[in-house]
Design a binder for this molecule. Structure first.
Ligand SMILES: O=C(CO)[C@@H](O)[C@H](O)COP(=O)(O)O
Ligand SMILES: [Fe+2]
Length: 220
């Protein structure tokens, strides 16, 4: 039975009370931290100093999702800050293989993200350099959007390429993950699920995390 990992996104948390907001999700697998630079995406969130502070107080490992330009330059610093995994966007990296190696050398899991319209095929040869592939299931930039079913075939293709090559990287999905959509993504091959509004929008975040795990379960 595959363990479904649920990584709540603090993009939907109360940024003024982040330490308490981290406690609300202590039953999750990791905390997903969305870093946006207002260039790669039309939104601005937080950067290295805040991530360093979250790292100090978080009871959970940090899953950092970089939606920033010039990922080659900045991503290694998030690994050095102690993030358990650092995800850069394929569209924002000039040397993704080199970058993935640098992230691993700095002690983090290396992950690469694809926008909904970015195909996985050009990257199949480098999947062995990664610990995780993030298939965006909404256009990056904002929480609270609807899951894009058009991304499901890409998840299936990535999962079959990973299985065919005998690799052990996992597929993460991010955007619009709810009790209604999680099973579709799980059936396509995802095992790590980012959920912002569906966890932080609930009165009881711990129950929302359990409900997602239950809804995504399939007898594989
Ligand atoms: O990276 C992003 C958005 O760009 C996400 O991590 C969102 O924060 C997910 O939010 P929901 O769609 O789950 O509300
Ligand atoms: Fe994200």
């Amino acid at each position: 039975m595959t363990h479904l990992r649920i990584n709540p996104s603090i993009l939907s948390a109360d940024f003024v009370n982040l330490e308490a907001e981290l406690q609300r999700i202590s039953s999750a697998d990791a905390v997903h931290v969305d870093v946006m630079d207002n260039h790669f995406v039309p939104n601005l969130t937080l950067g290295l100093p805040v991530v360093r502070r979250i790292q100090q107080v978080s009871p959970l490992p940090l899953d950092v999702h970089l939606m920033i330009e010039d990922a080659d330059r900045w991503a290694p610093q998030y690994a050095e800050a102690g993030a358990a995994s650092v995800t850069f966007h394929a569209e924002a990296a000039t040397a993704p293989v080199k970058l993935a190696r640098e992230l691993r050398d700095a002690g983090a899991k290396a992950a690469m993200a694809l926008r909904p319209a970015t195909p996985v095929e050009p990257y199949l040869d480098m999947l062995g350099e990664l610990d995780m592939l993030l298939v965006m299931t909404v256009e990056p930039g904002f929480g609270g959007q609807s899951f894009l079913d058009l991304t499901l075939p890409k998840i299936r293709r990535a999962a079959s390429a990973i299985e065919g090559a005998g690799l052990d990287l996992v597929i993460q999905v991010d955007g619009g993950i709810t009790e209604e959509t999680i099973l579709r993504a799980a059936e396509a091959g995802a095992t790590v699920f980012v959920a912002g509004s569906s966890v932080y929008g609930a009165d009881d975040a711990a129950s929302a995390i359990t409900a997602l795990r239950t809804a995504g379960f399939r007898d594989a």
